[in-house]
Write a protein that binds this ligand. Structure first.
Ligand SMILES: CC(C)(COP(=O)(O)OP(=O)(O)OC[C@H]1O[C@@H](n2cnc3c(N)ncnc32)[C@H](O)[C@@H]1OP(=O)(O)O)[C@@H](O)C(=O)NCCC(=O)NCCS
Length: 174
């Protein structure tokens, strides 16, 4: 199978239309926090891009394929005693699923973010049933350390939360 090639880059204002088109997808929203708007409009896209470009350092990685913004990888640094942790979040536009893109893209984003930040640890929280996301994390080198039972409430149901971690010093995916 021919590999679809992607590149990682910062978000830019011209991504508004493609971001709004691809992120306005309930299958993506179902696996994200409720604070992600749905339906997802061009105003929402503008708000996100304004936020992303105003960040100090690079912590929102736009995935670009054929000149279009088709996904995001975010690193959300903790505060206080958890300030050396970064929570990883990501989504990819549905037409590109299951082509090994996120596995590769996350690996590359972690390498760049890891080299440019003093964080010690990445973690990710995956909702029950999201096998593709759990597999991405396993491929990249995360370890599942817990199932937090009924820890999240989404779409009117309590669901288990699968908790994954990866220590930067132990990570061999560089
Ligand atoms: C999760 C997501 C980013 C994966 O992106 P992707 O580019 O398709 O991921 P990859 O192709 O690198 O890897 C997916 C893996 O999951 C596997 N997979 C996909 N669907 C699966 C399923 N239903 N059951 C088991 N495995 C599954 C694929 O076979 C692949 O594994 P492999 O490489 O060993 O064959 C994408 O599906 C997405 O954006 N989902 C909605 C948002 C989301 O879930 N974000 C993460 C929140 S924690």
């Amino acid at each position: 199978m021919k590999r679809t090639s992607f590149r990682l880059r910062p978000w830019q204002k011209s991504d508004t239309t493609s971001l709004a088109r691809y992120l306005n997808n309930k299958k993506i929203w179902d696996n994200c926090r409720d604070r992600l708007p749905f339906p997802y409009t061009e105003d929402d896209a503008r708000t996100f891009i304004d936020y992303a470009v105003a960040q100090q350092g690079w912590n929102e990685f736009c995935i670009e394929i054929a000149g279009e913004a088709v996904g995001n990888i975010s690193f959300m640094r903790g505060t206080d005693v958890e300030r050396f942790n970064a929570e990883v979040g990501y989504w990819l536009a549905e037409p590109f699923w299951n082509q090994a893109i996120m596995g590769e893209a996350l690996q590359e984003a972690m390498r760049i973010y890891g080299e440019n930040s003093d964080i010690k640890r990445w973690f990710a929280q995956v909702y029950e049933g999201n096998r593709a996301s759990m597999r991405v994390l396993e491929k990249v080198g995360f370890r599942q350390v817990a199932v937090l039972r009924k820890a999240c409430f989404k779409n009117g149901d309590f669901m288990d939360l699968n908790y994954f971690e990866c220590l930067k010093d132990e990570w061999t995916g560089k």
